[in-house]
Design a protein around this ligand. Structure first.
Ligand SMILES: Cc1cc2nc3c(=O)[nH]c(=O)nc-3n(C[C@H](O)[C@H](O)[C@H](O)COP(=O)(O)OP(=O)(O)OC[C@H]3O[C@@H](n4cnc5c(N)ncnc54)[C@H](O)[C@@H]3O)c2cc1C
Length: 542
């Protein structure tokens, strides 16, 4: 990327680390000036900037087929969006929600909160610290605290409202120990419903009946700003026409992440390259509109969520991992599916990043695997798991054989059936791998990868299990616009932008690690619902 060709405003839009590094090498001086682009710079920007196209500021749209006046305009009818619509409406505001699709839509089936009735004050604080630890200390504690304090109410509202629309939740409770405190977690789950949209659609329908106005097939393409930099409305495209939705109290961006925008993904989260994309409707346009109105993006790299192994095979225990060719390749202590994607990127690279099935591998588990579960779980509660939400693993769904030769055949047959192009396990290689591993187990020292002796359990006797592992789908990216503790977007001077808010995955700094932690299952939807719920009420009260 040629820094010299960035205008001052483009520089601001990069945000955080990116802006700092560009600024350090750029010929542009005085980049702490207001983010106003000169006419000349505007005219040349489209051709001069050699960075990503989404960082090129568009010409302002000023002609509208229709203008609609509201107090609060929510952009996006997903989990955070409908929650914001609800609480703004409940607080008495005139609310519109503009949505790019023909209906409300989202993905996911589990949303977590803290059970405040059971969790002590110290444990609430410990939970906030835990999320920060799991986010490489890049979380904004204030934002996590919004979830901690408000999630119980928000998640209960969601379950109750969806139930009124005929979509009943099933609940999942768990206890997370941290720093000597017990954190009581509670989650709505909708795994039993068909697809992912049932609860969000049921809620949007009720909000519409209650007086919120939803405008479907009305994607936001730009925000309207005033001379002083405040955001005054949302500009949407319908067919060939533009509509202006003015927002006297505020605009809430609830447009989700940018995981279906290849250019943004390459730029902000390049280590997602080669993984399968989960959706096509999260194109980042909402965040780009925010950046064009002066908001800054959370410094990259952004947290990637890659953990989608099916529940029956999600056995997170550090037994013997083998490649698709039957060879050991790592210290298996890192057995949580959310982190394993980092070990398989080189396989994706070898396949030219064109075949996500190369991110898969197998775990060989001994027949007596269950004997180790309780002890290992007690010692390493954040690493060991045999559950996906409430659903335990199911050995019936694992590859099984009585001998290692038969296991090699069964693995190859599984590979063919599942269209994992790279699977080719030679029986002699598999036997050699297992023999070497058993030798290390007998010695009580892992000379090959340094795994702790307590995890050196030999693979011997039958039946032999091979468990297909390795998530290869990208459900979400958790890095969005920088917001303050009111979910209000900040500009390059870290000042709040009047009239502009972001919630859910359109907002950043809740998560921060390279990978999404799966220790609090349903946290991303839990925080999306809670953030929307919190910000909608706040903006309506202005
Ligand atoms: C298959 C799958 C399963 C998952 N399971 C879980 C789970 O069980 N638990 C969990 O916590 N997380 C889960 N996730 C992640 C979860 O879906 C997201 O973190 C969460 O939905 C984010 O909510 P949001 O409100 O920020 O965005 P979304 O729910 O994506 O909502 C954004 C909305 O904005 C609309 N939109 C986008 N751009 C525009 C625009 N320019 N103008 C107007 N509208 C726009 C979109 O159509 C969408 O409806 C899963 C993800 C996938 C893909």
């Amino acid at each position: 990327m040629s820094n010299a060709n960035f205008s001052r405003r483009d520089l601001f839009k990069l945000g955080g680390i990116a802006a700092a590094s560009v600024a350090a090498t750029s010929a542009l001086a005085g980049c702490g000036q207001p983010a106003v682009r000169s006419e000349e710079t505007q005219a040349s920007a489209a051709t001069a900037v050699s960075g990503p196209s989404f960082l090129v500021a568009p010409e302002p749209i000023t002609e509208f087929a229709e203008t609609h006046d509201y107090e609060v305009v929510v952009v996006g009818a997903g989990e955070s969006g409908v929650s914001a619509v609800h609480s703004a409406l409940a607080a008495g505001a005139r609310v519109a929600c503009v949505q790019n699709a023909a209906a409300a839509q989202s993905t996911g089936n589990m949303a977590a909160c803290i059970d405040l009735d059971k969790t002590s004050e110290a444990a609430i604080q410990a939970c906030i610290s835990f999320i920060n630890w799991k986010s490489d200390y890049r979380s904004d504690r204030d934002l996590v605290e919004i979830w901690a304090r408000n999630s119980q109410e928000a998640i209960a509202w969601w379950a109750e409202t969806a139930a009124k629309g005929g979509v009943e939740a099933k609940y999942h409770d768990a206890v997370l120990p941290y720093n000597g405190y017990d954190i009581y977690l509670h989650a709505n789950t909708y795994f039993h419903t068909e697809g992912h949209n049932a609860s969000v659609v049921a809620i949007a329908e009720q909000l519409e009946a209650d007086g919120a106005e939803f405008f479907y097939l009305m994607p936001c393409v730009q925000l309207q700003t005033a001379e002083d930099g405040s955001v005054t409305g949302v500009i949407c495209k319908s067919g060939d026409e533009y509509h202006l939705f003015t927002a006297s109290k505020g605009v809430i961006l609830a447009t989700g992440d940018y995981s279906s925008n290849a250019e943004m993904l390459d730029y902000y989260a390049p280590d997602c390259k080669g993984f399968r994309l989960a959706t096509d409707f999260r194109d980042g346009t909402g965040m780009v509109a925010g950046m064009n109105a002066g908001a800054i993006m959370t410094p990259h790299t952004h947290t990637k969520m890659i953990h989608g192994e099916p529940a029956p095979t999600r056995l997170e225990m550090p037994f013997l991992f083998i490649t698709q060719q039957g060879e050991r390749f790592m210290d298996e202590t890192c057995c949580r599916q959310g982190y394993l994607n980092n070990f398989v990127r080189k396989n994706l690279a070898e396949g030219g990043f064109s075949d996500p099935s190369l991110a898969k591998f197998f775990m060989l588990a001994p027949a007596n695997w269950q004997d180790f579960y309780e002890d290992w779980k007690a010692e390493s509660p954040y690493d060991i798991s045999m559950f996906n939400g409430p659903t335990p693993v199911n050995p019936e769904r694992w590859i099984q054989a009585d001998t290692l030769e038969e296991l090699a055949d069964a693995i190859n047959a599984y590979g063919q059936e599942s269209k994992w192009a790279g699977v080719s396990v030679d029986a002699a290689t598999l036997k050699a791998t297992v023999e070497r591993y058993n030798e290390l187990c007998a010695k009580g020292a892992d000379d090959d990868f340094g795994k702790a002796a307590k995890y050196l359990v030999p693979i011997e006797g039958g039946p032999y299990y091979a468990i297909p592992r390795g998530a290869n789908m990208l459900p979400a990216i958790l890095g969005g616009l920088v917001v303050d503790k009111n979910h209000q977007c900040l500009n390059a001077e870290f000042q709040p932008i009047k009239g502009l808010y972001a919630v859910g995955n359109a907002s950043g700094q809740f998560f921060g690690g390279v990978d999404y932690p799966m220790d609090i299952e349903g946290l991303s939807i839990g925080r999306a619902i809670t953030g929307g719920y919190y910000a909608g009420k706040l903006v309506a009260s202005l």
